[in-house]
Design a protein around this ligand. Structure first.
Ligand SMILES: *Cc1c(COP(=O)(O)O)cnc(C)c1O
Length: 408
């Protein structure tokens, strides 16, 4: 997708990018300082509506809050999704502070501490256990607390999903219990006092290929149906994972949600209904919900020409938006979409390189980008910044102040 397509998604006002219904320079005045992250609630709502319209109504939507744990965002989404997925005790607290009922909060991730597992059991959330050790700790926490833990088994599937930016299932993994080990583990724990809910399979993240996602979902249902006979109770919860990707760089084509949804309608009405009646299917999404709704905005501090190359030096950088810089030296670095946000309708007039304020050549936000001639004080906008931005960046690196985040 091209930068201008991202501009169109937000809209414009008086020649500027519009974020949260405001022209960007007005928003920057209201925020009071740069750099900042802004998340557009209208776009968040539109994304949820789009998902709800496309997906079967029986499919529940879970928000994987590690993608963007800003409290206002989590609260906003809590009114619009069915569930929240957390990955730490801190996220668990944030999820419990929302309207989502505890038994609709799920906790995944390897290396949950015994203290975290105890908190999770005490809170009555769903623990997605990733190993027999974790399962034993959950059982003992339940015994200690006099509570029956809600448990789903996270399964490392016996298939891999191609085309994921990050593969998290298939082959050897730190995630989940290998599918072939699950029957023995369930036999071992058959008499444990837990509330067996079902299974969770998350095969990978950042996938833009609808057919591959659909294939993974089909295979997940087959796998879970095969494992179901080993669960001491009927399967009531099937977390099909997610992995819906967003287009980060220009060559990326957006995921065709209608194709994913079409296959999912067939799956839910077919194999799932036949083989797992009584199971609630869940799709768990992070970046697909929030990623495209957010921008990172930094101000041009300096403009300089070095041996023929024009540099725009901004007051932000990789310490806030690591992914746009190439994650500490990606093999092939590609530019994230960026524009001069207060001049989005001006044509490109020059090729400039946008760098951050850190004292390292890695702090590169846009290399040789065609931009309108930008001046000191202009606002550079990086799109696709709503997920894995601030909390996934090395904010302490070089000791600059943290940016503000606003939901507008
Ligand atoms: C990180 C994660 C997600 C969210 O991934 P996205 O690519 O942001 O959608 C969902 N489920 C689990 C188990 C995760 O670890």
């Amino acid at each position: 997708m091209k930068p201008q397509e991202h501009v169109a998604a937000f809209g414009t006002a008086a020649g500027e990018l519009r974020v949260g219904g405001m022209a960007l320079s007005r928003l920057a005045e209201r925020v009071g300082s740069t750099p900042f992250f802004a998340y557009d609630r209208g776009l968040l709502d539109a994304r949820i509506d789009r998902l709800r319209t496309a997906l079967p109504t029986s499919v529940q939507l879970s928000y994987a809050m590690k993608a963007n744990p800003m409290p206002a965002v989590v609260q906003h989404l809590a009114h619009r999704v069915d569930r929240i997925d957390v990955a730490s005790a801190l996220e668990l607290h944030a999820a419990l502070d929302t309207v989502i009922a505890a038994d609709r909060v799920s906790f995944a991730g390897p290396g949950k501490t015994p203290a975290e597992l105890r908190q999770a059991v005490a809170a009555g959330i769903i623990v997605e256990v990733e190993s027999p050790t974790e399962l034993a700790r959950v059982v003992s926490a339940g015994d200690d607390l006099g509570l029956t833990p809600n448990v789903a088994i996270r399964v490392n599937p016996d298939f891999a999903v191609k085309g994921s930016g990050m593969r998290m299932g298939g082959g050897p993994q730190q995630f989940g219990i290998d599918a072939e080990q699950v029957p023995a583990v369930l036999r071992e724990f058959a008499a444990a006092g837990v509330n067996w809910l079902g299974f969770h399979v998350f095969a990978g993240s950042q996938n833009l290929n609808a057919e591959i996602i659909a294939e993974a979902q089909r295979r997940t249902v087959d796998l879970v149906a095969d494992l179901a006979e080993h669960l001491p109770a009927p399967v009531r919860y099937v977390n099909l994972g997610g992995g819906f990707g967003i287009p980060y760089v220009e060559k990326d084509q957006p995921l065709d949600l209608d194709v994913v949804a079409g296959h999912l309608h067939e799956l839910v009405g077919g194999a799932l209904a036949q083989r797992l009646p009584g199971a609630t299917p869940v799709i768990e999404l992070g970046r697909y919900i929030v990623g495209e709704c957010g921008v990172y905005v930094a101000r041009v501090l300096d403009r300089k020409v070095s041996r023929g190359k024009t540099y725009l030096v901004v007051d932000g950088g990789m310490h806030h938006q690591l992914a746009a810089s190439g994650n500490f030296g990606q093999v092939i670095r590609r530019n994230y979409p960026l524009v001069v946000g207060n001049h989005v309708e001006k044509p490109g007039a020059e090729t400039a390189t946008v760098v951050g304020c850190l004292c390292t050549p890695l702090d590169l936000l846009g290399d040789d980008v065609e931009l309108p001639a930008a001046e000191i004080g202009d606002l550079i906008v990086i799109f696709q910044a709503g997920a894995y931005g601030l909390t996934a960046s090395p904010t302490a690196f070089l000791g600059h102040p943290a940016p503000i985040e606003v939901l507008v």
